[in-house]
Design a protein around this ligand. Structure first.
Ligand SMILES: Cc1cc2nc3c(=O)[nH]c(=O)nc-3n(C[C@H](O)[C@H](O)[C@H](O)COP(=O)(O)O)c2cc1C
Length: 161
């Protein structure tokens, strides 16, 4: 079985999730960052697409990859994931990220959690989070994300089946 993983990562945590996912998948796995030259999808049985959420949105290049390749993706053993701090089960969240038809076609959709990696943020975002931390109640409503390795393992199992 041949698998292609196409992903985007701003600060590296999605890339780490993808490395872990790759190590858990059976068969031949090709990993490509969305900015790289991508192979034709025809030769893959399984395609996995993912990225990280920033200010409510996944990377634009992931959205346009999904749009451009929708017809082919609907013929594949498809997995969709995101890295973010939003917890599983928040109504309408994945629907705000991925195309509805792709979501219902996917064998599995997952939230892998993530890591904030404040040290890698640019000046504007560091300042934004510093300010938010001073707002009363912000910290209470915010759960620092962690990479959910168990979820990634379940995702890999489902996509390998
Ligand atoms: C500036 C910034 C904005 C973020 N915005 C959101 C958001 O709107 N919703 C969400 O669920 N997670 C949000 N996150 C959490 C990231 O999606 C999470 O940290 C993810 O692991 C980042 O992946 P990356 O390191 O591959 O970029 C945000 C993180 C940062 C640093």
């Amino acid at each position: 079985m041949k698998t292609l993983i196409v992903y985007a990562s701003q600060n590296g945590s999605t890339a780490d999730c993808v490395n872990y996912l790759q190590s858990k998948l059976d068969g031949e796995v090709t990993v490509k960052k969305i900015d790289e030259r991508l192979p034709k999808l025809d030769s893959f049985d399984t395609v996995i697409v993912g990225g990280s959420v920033h200010m409510g949105k996944i990377q634009r290049k992931i959205t346009s990859f999904c749009r451009r390749n929708k017809r082919l993706l609907l013929e594949k053993n498809l997995g969709l994931f995101v890295c973010c701090y939003t917890a599983e089960g928040e109504e309408g969240f994945l629907e705000s990220i991925y195309d509805e038809q792709l979501l219902s076609h996917a064998v599995m959709t997952s939230i892998f959690g993530g890591e904030m990696r404040y040290e890698r943020l640019n000046f504007a975002f560091r300042k934004l989070f510093e300010s938010l931390n001073k707002v009363e109640g912000f910290r209470q409503g915010f759960v620092e994300p962690e990479i959910n390795y168990v979820e990634i393992e379940m995702f890999a199992k489902k996509l390998s089946a």
